[in-house]
Write a protein of this length. Structure first.
Length: 417
């Protein structure tokens, strides 16, 4: 920690009414032209801008965000990071992300509070144990840490669970992924933003992209409320708004938008030092550093752009939590919120060139793209800089729907967050 942020400096700031803080990134006016423009100031857009500047030397870059940085799903998620996926393509993608996360605080010089406390997917029947065995084998073959646990091993990592054999969801065992855990979501967005800004990237908030500048069938920039901005290459990382924007560019994305809810309890003393996901209900929970139990579950059942969430799913998620951890029934629920997630039919992202030359995609992350931010940004930067896929992003090209080469992770690993 630099002297500027020492305890003494904090005290001095307090005494002078916090008037001396300097913004950690600039608020520039948009330039008329850039080498690259990224639409969306969520984690993926900010990471792409950072890696473009840092790894590819492309520094005339702007990130255009219609609201505030991280105001989309990046600032609304439950912060779980992991790479316990089934298909080799997914493992390559999400483990790249986890490996980048492992060095990210140092890389960005910003504490993203990565906590690799382990994640256990809990099975409640012989059939679910088979799913777990299949997943653990696939992960091991693909070089990711995984252990198949029996009930006693689950008890060791999550003793507060309900281990009554008569429970509605009895614990049969599970898959343990030790390198999984949590990271601070705002920290990830702010860390990338500060580091990208320091490399000369213009981060422009309150600047919605309304259309594309297309000349001779090639994307040559974007049209915003602030005027037209020309760019050699454009990256689309606008999550649930990506399909609407794609339609403006004249093509369709296989994507539907659903609400995904999350909740936190009042803070309590340490009760859970891992992430637990129950396969029976899809409810998952971790305890934050403040002591709150942070939990969520599946998506709402109807498509919606309302960032609220509906009571039936809310109730189902709370019931799932209390089935697994009856003791948490004593706690007050402090907050509930929701984000709108960009769900692709095979629950895998869309990364690659779009049908319009000059426009590249990094979207469709659905319920699980926080854990992928470093890799999504890294791969989008590669696409924009080189104009072609990195081998890791190739399987996630839009053309997989024409080729029938889907990567159905929801079916493969039984989980989608
Ligand atoms: P976003 O962070 O949504 O960023 C997209 C940005 O684009 C937004 O800021 C938006 O304002 C901007 N934008 C949209 N339209 C325009 C426009 N026209 N012009 C300019 N800007 C525009 N993932 C995990 O890995 N682990 C989890 O535990 C997890 N839990 C979740 C819990 C909840 C409740 C929710 C909602 C999501 C969760 N996710 C989780 C999913 C994860 O949050 C997202 O997949 C991820 O944040 C996507 O990042 P992004 O940068 O693509 O999108």
């Amino acid at each position: 920690m630099s002297k500027r942020y020492s305890a003494l400096a904090l005290a001095v700031e307090g005494l002078r009414g916090h008037s001396g803080w300097r913004p950690v990134w600039r608020c520039p006016r948009p330039q008329p032209a850039y080498d690259a423009v990224i639409i969306g100031g969520g984690g993926h857009g900010l990471a792409a801008a950072y890696y473009l500047a840092k790894l590819h030397g492309v520094r005339r870059v702007a990130v255009l965000e219609k609201g505030w940085l991280g105001g989309g799903n990046t600032g609304r998620n439950t912060t779980v990071v992991r790479s316990n996926y089934f298909y080799p393509e997914s493992v390559a993608l999400y483990d790249l992300a986890l490996r980048l996360y492992e060095g990210l605080s140092r890389d960005l010089n910003y504490n993203i509070m990565l906590s690799q406390r382990g994640i256990i997917n809990v099975a409640h029947s012989d059939a679910e144990m088979e799913i777990c065995a299949r997943l653990a084998n696939a992960m091991q073959i693909n070089g990711v840490d995984a252990e198949l646990f029996g009930p006693e091993q689950v008890r060791r990592v999550a003793p507060a669970m309900n281990f009554d054999p008569q429970a509605r969801y009895p614990v049969f065992g599970g898959v343990w992924h030790k390198r999984g855990g949590t990271a601070r979501h705002d920290g990830v967005a702010w860390g990338y933003a500060r580091a990208a800004d320091a490399l000369g990237v213009d981060i422009i908030q309150n600047c919605a992209v309304e259309d594309f500048l297309i000349e001779g069938g090639v994307c040559k920039g974007v049209i915003t409320a602030e005027g037209t901005i020309r760019a050699e290459r454009v990256g689309l990382a606008a999550a649930s708004h990506s399909a609407t924007l794609a339609a403006k560019a004249g093509f369709e994305l296989p994507m539907r938008v659903f609400t995904l809810q999350a909740m936190v309890s009042e803070p309590v003393k340490p009760v859970l030092d891992t992430v637990v996901l129950t396969l029976g209900t899809g409810t998952y929970v971790s305890q934050s550093d403040k002591g709150e139990c942070v939990f969520g579950g599946g998506i709402d059942r109807v498509t919606s752009f309302a960032q609220r969430g509906n009571p039936p799913v809310h109730e189902f998620v709370v019931a799932g939590l209390l089935d697994a951890f009856p003791g948490l029934g004593q706690l007050k629920l402090m907050r509930q919120w929701a984000g709108i997630v960009d769900v692709v039919p095979d629950s895998s992202p869309l990364i690659g060139p779009s049908p319009v030359p000059g426009l590249f995609l990094d979207c469709g992350w659905g319920t699980g793209g926080f854990k992928a931010i470093p890799a999504g940004g890294w791969l989008l930067a590669h696409l924009i800089a080189k104009g072609e896929h990195h081998p890791i992003s190739r399987p996630f090209d839009l053309d997989r729907f024409a080729r029938g080469a889907l990567i159905d992770e929801a079916a493969g690993s039984g989980i989608a967050h």
